[in-house]
Design a protein around this ligand. Structure first.
Ligand SMILES: NC(=O)c1ccc[n+]([C@@H]2O[C@H](COP(=O)([O-])OP(=O)(O)OC[C@H]3O[C@@H](n4cnc5c(N)ncnc54)[C@H](O)[C@@H]3O)[C@@H](O)[C@H]2O)c1
Ligand SMILES: [Zn+2]
Length: 380
């Protein structure tokens, strides 16, 4: 077994993000330092609780021996990310007589992170939250940036807040128990980070991810290489967010939207039956093809992105049965659209995003979107 390297600490956003093997056992130390509390309320889900809660609760008891630790598991899955669950969790805290001297520990994937973060944002007008993401997607994306919230019947993430965590603690060894489809789901965002900011990172992460996917049981999951992959991805997202914390129109945070205009359209049309990362994977192929058609993206970029995604077992073609006109219409209804013209964040090449006089968003007319969707898809 590899000796774990010292944890990486990313400090670009006003709070520390700790990444390293066996960091679950350090959650108590970090929380006691940045968010001392009378009660630590650990919120998790019923998949993650059995594999990760004992280490986290044990660590809190060890490093904060005078504090009370309480634990609540929710039903796993997006369907739980609702106001009803927020209601039940806040009632649980009130029933436990928690006050302002409470710190929430969000232990789980993006669903737990968004929900527990929103509970923390609103409970007693805001108590600290320490994010402990356990899915790859939550590690490299959802836990970084302070967006928290819940879904409504009108759409996803429509009720929420910005609530920055007191700290983020990432232990990549917990990924051992993550189902492979969820691992791939997170890899799509890893690829996105490589495309927007760093070609060599993209190549390195593709190679390591392939090794893990090819031999999931043989891989040394405690490897420092996996921790580095996650830490470098977090660094890319944190660097973008730090330059544009409030998502200014045309600002650099929009570059994180690469693959997402088409991705969101496909996800919505399929009623979220396709995992987000899988939809974004298809979106990155279509959008880089679109960039090439517009002369914004260097020729060959789309092909290189496609090959990487195929190597990772991610989908690259629009699923059969979807109408191209429906996808184009959904892009025009996207919340980033301007005057019914869809807006895309497009790469200039692998490792750099295109910037126009209007910033990182490129407005595209419906016919051009339709022809990029038609090329290389079975949709009509
Ligand atoms: N706040 C943000 O900026 C942001 C960004 C991206 C996504 N999100 C949100 O994140 C959510 C998706 O996150 P997700 O993909 O992590 O979904 P998720 O939380 O539903 O986790 C996926 C599945 O993996 C399980 N799981 C998680 N970690 C595990 C582990 N270590 N071992 C075994 N099982 C494990 C979960 O129980 C669940 O069944 C969406 O709600 C999305 O809106 C938020
Ligand atoms: Zn995404």
């Amino acid at each position: 077994m590899t000796t774990p390297a010292a944890p990486d600490v990313i400090d670009l956003l006003g709070y520390r993000i700790h990444v390293g093997p066996w960091m679950l056992e350090q959650v108590g130390r970090v929380a006691a330092e940045v968010a001392p509390a009378h009660t630590y309320a650990v919120i998790t889900d019923d998949h993650v609780g059995p594999v990760a809660a004992p280490q986290v609760v044990g660590s809190l008891r060890h490093y904060a021996p005078h504090a009370r630790v309480i634990l609540q598991g929710i039903t796993p899955g997006e369907a739980t990310k609702t106001r009803a669950t927020w209601h039940a969790l806040t009632d649980w805290l009130l029933g436990e007589r928690c006050g302002r001297d409470t710190t929430v520990i969000a232990l789980g994937g993006g669903v737990v992170g968004d929900l527990a973060g929103f509970v923390a944002a609103t409970f007693m007008r805001g108590v600290p939250v320490v994010q402990v993401p356990t899915s790859l997607l939550a590690m490299v994306d959802a836990s970084v940036g302070g967006k928290v919230g819940v879904d409504t019947e009108h759409g996803k993430n429509l009720v929420g807040a910005f609530h920055q965590p007191a700290a983020v603690v990432i232990d990549p060894t917990v990924l051992q128990t993550l189902p492979v489809d969820d691992f791939r789901n997170g890899l799509a965002e890893v690829v996105k980070h490589g495309v927007i900011a760093d070609a060599s990172y993209l190549a390195r992460s593709r190679d390591l991810a392939r090794q893990i996917l090819d031999a999931p049981t043989a891989t040394d999951w405690t490897s420092n290489a996996l921790a580095r992959l996650v830490a470098d991805s977090v660094r890319i997202k944190a660097s973008v967010v730090s330059q544009d914390p409030h998502e200014a129109p045309g600002g650099i945070r929009q570059s994180l939207n690469f693959g997402h205009t088409i991705g969101h359209a496909i996800e919505g049309l399929l009623d979220f039956r396709l995992l987000h990362g899988h939809a974004v994977s298809i979106g990155m192929v279509v959008e880089s093809r679109l960039g090439e058609a517009l002369g914004v993206t260097a020729p060959g970029t789309c092909q290189a992105i496609r090959e990487t995604l195929v190597a990772l077992g991610l989908p690259t073609e629009v699923p059969p049965g979807l109408e191209i006109t429906d996808i184009v219409d959904a892009c025009r209804r996207d919340k980033k659209a301007r005057a019914a013209r869809a807006v895309f964040a497009l790469p200039a090449a692998i490792g750099a995003m295109a910037v126009t006089p209007r910033g990182y968003g490129v407005q595209v007319d419906p016919d051009t979107i339709a022809s990029s969707l038609k090329a290389g898809s079975t949709a009509t």
